[in-house]
Design a protein around this ligand. Structure first.
Ligand SMILES: Cc1cc2nc3c(=O)[nH]c(=O)nc-3n(C[C@H](O)[C@H](O)[C@H](O)COP(=O)(O)OP(=O)(O)OC[C@H]3O[C@@H](n4cnc5c(N)ncnc54)[C@H](O)[C@@H]3O)c2cc1C
Length: 342
């Protein structure tokens, strides 16, 4: 069952033991681990598809990754996960080594992985057997009591009020705090202190379908020195797009500066700052994506957080022991382990 198809199933509201908010990599890893252990899991995500910041979008004939471009898998746990994903055919190695501003790479022995059909491939694979409801923005989390047992009521914009004894909360922390507050949940001071500090850099992403090859050298990704551009990728050379299409990410300072600028200003600033490519293709179609919570400013030095004095609620995601895809996946895995008594 695809995650999209399974949303219809979830709408029938089979009772869940655990509700996972967020179908990014942390939520997908957590949900799959809980599902495989026999728990009845319901995943809710406000987006139309799964993957969160591992996002892939179609634009005309082009397919573009517009959030994370690749990931590494340091350590035993991540290596084992990626081995599984590679066996399932959902990830492939893209290149090796750290990107240098000159266009070269510094060998470091770590393959950079990409999703086979784009970065969303991983979450789609993980959530395949799990009940998922997309386009389901959680608006409030409330503590309820039935027969003397406390549990969670999770309310969505489209009128769902699902109940579960346990929740895993994986949105960026300010979004999680907002839904807890909307449900009148009062956090223990120790949790409020740590979580109240959570902050993320924004990132502006420009997607541009080109009328010819970009001219970027293989493997199709460049990290220029300095801002405004942090990284530029040719999705065709990357192997996910039938036609040449660039993803251009602005750095954190440029993203903050240009955040409120109209799209045409963002487009002209970023296209004007493209590193000198071999060819000079013209964009046929462009789109701007604003990631308000792109990367944690600082990482919380713990792999998850269990909320005190409340029914079981574990926060996970890239701000916990992160900050990248690998950190988020690890956080989701250990957060699920907490609920399984691991
Ligand atoms: C532009 C960009 C480039 C990046 N490049 C890289 C890279 O090259 N390599 C790398 O390793 N990492 C990269 N990262 C970081 C990486 O994408 C993240 O660390 C990782 O994907 C975070 O996963 P997560 O599950 O913690 O959070 P997310 O992927 O953000 O998942 C959280 C989910 O919660 C959902 N959600 C939020 N609020 C609600 C709500 N109220 N109700 C329901 N659902 C909700 C969201 O829709 C989302 O799907 C990049 C990030 C960005 C934005």
């Amino acid at each position: 069952m695809t995650p999209e198809a399974s949303s219809a199933h979830a709408a029938g509201e089979a009772p869940a033991d655990v509700i996972v908010v967020g179908a990014g990599i942390a939520g997908a890893v957590a949900a799959r681990r809980l599902h495989d252990a026999g728990a009845r899991v319901l995943v809710l995500d406000k987006a139309r598809g799964v993957g969160g910041r591992m996002a892939t979008r179609r634009l005309g004939e082009a397919t573009l990754d517009h959030g994370a471009q690749f990931f590494t898998a340091p350590g035993e746990l991540l290596t084992a996960m990626v081995d599984d994903w590679q066996r399932a055919g959902v990830v492939v190695p893209w290149f090796e080594g750290r990107l240098l501003p000159t266009g070269g790479r510094a060998a470091d022995g770590h393959p950079r992985w990409r999703g086979r059909d784009g970065m969303t491939s991983v979450a789609k694979h993980l959530l395949d057997p799990v009940a998922v409801r997309t386009s389901a923005r959680v608006t409030a989390l409330r503590v309820i009591e039935a027969n003397g047992i406390q549990a969670w009521s999770v309310e969505t914009e489209d009128g769902l009020a699902a109940r579960a004894r346990q929740v895993v909360l994986t949105p960026p922390v300010p979004q999680t705090l907002a839904v807890l507050q909307a449900g009148g949940v009062v956090l223990h001071a120790a949790d409020a202190d740590v979580l109240g500090e959570a902050a993320y850099h924004p990132c502006l992403a420009l997607l541009a379908v080109l009328d010819g090859p970009s001219g970027l050298p293989a493997p199709g990704i460049l990290r220029p020195a300095g801002e405004p551009i942090e990284v530029v990728t040719d999705n065709q050379l990357k192997g996910i797009s039938r036609v040449p299409a660039l993803t251009v990410h602005a750095g954190p300072h440029a993203s903050a500066e240009l955040w409120d600028a109209p799209d045409d200003v963002v487009v002209s600033t970023l296209l004007g700052a493209l590193p000198r490519l071999i060819a000079e293709p013209r964009p046929e179609a462009v789109q701007v994506q604003r990631w308000r919570y792109a990367r944690p400013v600082a990482v919380v030095p713990e792999p998850f957080r269990v909320l005190r004095d409340l029914p079981p609620a574990v926060l996970a995601g890239d701000i916990f022991d992160g900050p990248l895809v690998g950190g988020a996946a690890r956080s989701g895995w250990v957060a699920a382990g907490v609920l399984l008594g691991d």
